[in-house]
Write a protein that binds this ligand. Sequence first.
Ligand SMILES: Nc1ncnc2c1ncn2[C@@H]1O[C@H](COP(=O)(O)OP(=O)(O)OP(=O)(O)O)[C@@H](O)[C@H]1O
Ligand SMILES: O=c1ccn([C@@H]2O[C@H](COP(=O)(O)O)[C@@H](O)[C@H]2O)c(=O)[nH]1
Length: 406
Amino acid sequence: MESTLALVKPHAFPRADEILSAITSAGFTITAKDVLSLNTTRAAAFYAAHPPPAGAGASSPPVPVADLIGALTAGPVMALVVSKAGGGVNDELASLAGPEDPATARTAAPGSLRARFGVDAAKNAVHVVAPGADAEAQVAFFFPERERELPSGAAAKEYLMGSVVPSLTKGLTELCRVAPADPLGWLSTFLGDAAREARGGDASADAEAEAAKGAEANGEAKKDKQKIVFVLGGPGSGKGTQCARLVEDFHFDHFSAGDLLRAEVKSGSSTGVEIDRMIANGEIVPGDITISLLANAISSSTAPGILIDGFPRKLDQAGAFEKDVSDFAFVLFFDCPEEVMEERLLKRGETSGRVDDNAESIRKRFDTFVKTSMPVIEYYEAKGKVRRVDATKTPDEVYAVVKGFF
Ligand SMILES: Nc1ncnc2c1ncn2[C@@H]1O[C@H](COP(=O)(O)OP(=O)(O)OP(=O)(O)O)[C@@H](O)[C@H]1O
Ligand SMILES: O=c1ccn([C@@H]2O[C@H](COP(=O)(O)O)[C@@H](O)[C@H]2O)c(=O)[nH]1
């Protein structure tokens, strides 16, 4: 089914029912309909992106765009997606609309929409897409969310079947099994990983080139030889406490994303004030800020392993880190109920001086953790990359399990 756009102009709006009926009687289907009013800026943007036709088929002399804008902004407009099986929907609808000037239409095509409902060359009842113009773009201007049909040609099918469908099917199957709270974010990370894996087999040169490119662009090198572990868990689950022990025993470097952000606040940088506000509200700071702080920190590390504490807190940040900075070995996840974490944080708040160790911020941090950060853990769990630890036990008991993973 091919589709195009039609607009019932304001002066003809009271007769929209008759116009719709003429369109459907001619064998077209209306597949989307919206009533809207356009201001001058939006109408001007439409005609700037899709100039009225000049040359063959255009009215003579051309209608000033200001008059077209005036006609389109005079009242309600009905926007239609008009569809028909087979090709040529545009030309067929243009023919049903008739010549641009209703005066001409009344003699040359008396049954046409413009002959029947038009007033003059600007108030000519309907806007239709001129032959040869980009119907899809005009439809998208008024219906940006509309789902498009997949191209149906054999070449398109072969391309999709070979390059996309196998990974997409795998991703959708896994998505249904895991049912994460943020399905699109989850799927996008899954597909990013699948693309990297697909390239990985025969593309060590590519990977090296990409790493070199990233290193050149960011002044950072991918940490291919060091074991990088993401340390995740709810606020107060004990990530920092356990990382300190691992550093002592294994001489790893420990980079806490939260600490790096708090240092940025302290440095008095221009973004510091906004970061401080976000931390107090338990919000997640934009990934490019956190990732660049982390990339900078780990670029000078020579330790045998790197613990990245409290990051990634969002799926897209996980994907971006893997793409731009480094792969990682696994996620160490501290599993702890909110009541336990709340008690620990309120106690820590008595001395920590942190803007977010208070009852109100803690509630917001828990909320963000459940909604935004748990999907990261669920995602990597489905891929077998999570090492889960019961974090309710004493620090010694927790550590006994933790060190077994290294
Ligand atoms: N297993 C444990 N049992 C009891 N208290 C603990 C345990 N582990 C850590 N704590 C205490 O709980 C508080 C929070 O611990 P910690 O700072 O390590 O958590 P975190 O996960 O890094 O927190 P955040 O994400 O807020 O930075 C600290 O005061 C710490 O001493
Ligand atoms: O990747 C990250 C890590 C942290 N934040 C913000 O910092 C606070 C505190 O983090 P802790 O790990 O508890 O020290 C967190 O609530 C976020 O607001 C972040 O945005 N991104």
